[in-house]
Design a protein around this ligand. Structure first.
Ligand code: GRF
Length: 201
């Protein structure tokens, strides 16, 4: 039987994408396409190495930001995925896309939301001297990192941590959790109850 397909959107190194690619043989989903806004994103090379189709849509190649958004929309619609996964996609999706794919976009964010949303979440956590931080996998709504929470993982902050060292450990936790969360969402019924996702086991 065909596995549920996901589209992964990534702008950077792509270590979360790699975890999704590595785990697809053990879990019930398939990475059907990788979409990036950056030519130099290592995520694209990782997808190609795994013979997954890629789409490079760089905003600078479009007449307007609206035209770029529309092309993203059209590309995802054509792929018709069960879930869209933002794995280090460093842009905010417009209302047009969020509403079209309501409750179908999953983001992984490197903090325990609602703490430290937005950019530099790891540095923000360090600056606030928290003892632990982590990552949140949540559905995307129209706000920035505000959507219904699916899963969270905690990571201890160490006394000598730099933002880079802490982020590396958070990413390891994300790499472990994200494939399982994707598998859970695409293979189960679930509902959003009071701002979080509840799986109907
Ligand atoms: C992850 O920490 C994710 O939470 C954040 O960007 C990072 C992506 O890392 N949004 P990579 O590009 O997958 O290595």
């Amino acid at each position: 039987m065909n596995k549920p397909k996901i589209v992964v959107m990534a702008s950077g190194e792509g270590s979360l994408l790699q975890a999704l690619l590595d785990q697809q043989k053990n879990l019930n989903y398939e990475v059907g396409m990788v979409l990036s806004d950056k030519k130099e994103a290592r995520a694209l090379a990782r997808a190609q190495a795994a013979t997954v189709p890629t789409q490079l849509l760089e905003p600078k190649n479009f007449e307007s930001i609206d035209a770029w958004h529309f092309e993203i929309l059209r590309t995802i619609q054509a792929a018709n995925p069960a879930l869209i996964v933002l794995a280090g996609f460093m842009r905010i999706l417009p209302e047009l896309i969020v509403l079209e794919f309501q409750n179908k976009i999953l983001n992984s964010h490197p903090s325990l939301l609602p703490l430290f949303p937005g950019l530099n979440a790891v540095a923000q956590a360090l600056a606030e001297n928290v003892q632990e931080t982590g990552a949140t996998m949540h559905l995307v709504d129209q706000g920035v990192d505000t959507g219904p929470i699916v899963h969270q993982v905690t990571v201890k902050v160490l006394p000598q941590d730099t933002p880079e060292a802490l982020h590396q450990r958070i990413k390891l936790a994300e790499q472990e959790a994200l494939p399982k969360v994707v598998d859970l969402l695409v293979n189960n019924q679930w509902q959003v109850v009071g701002g979080k996702v509840v799986i109907d086991y």
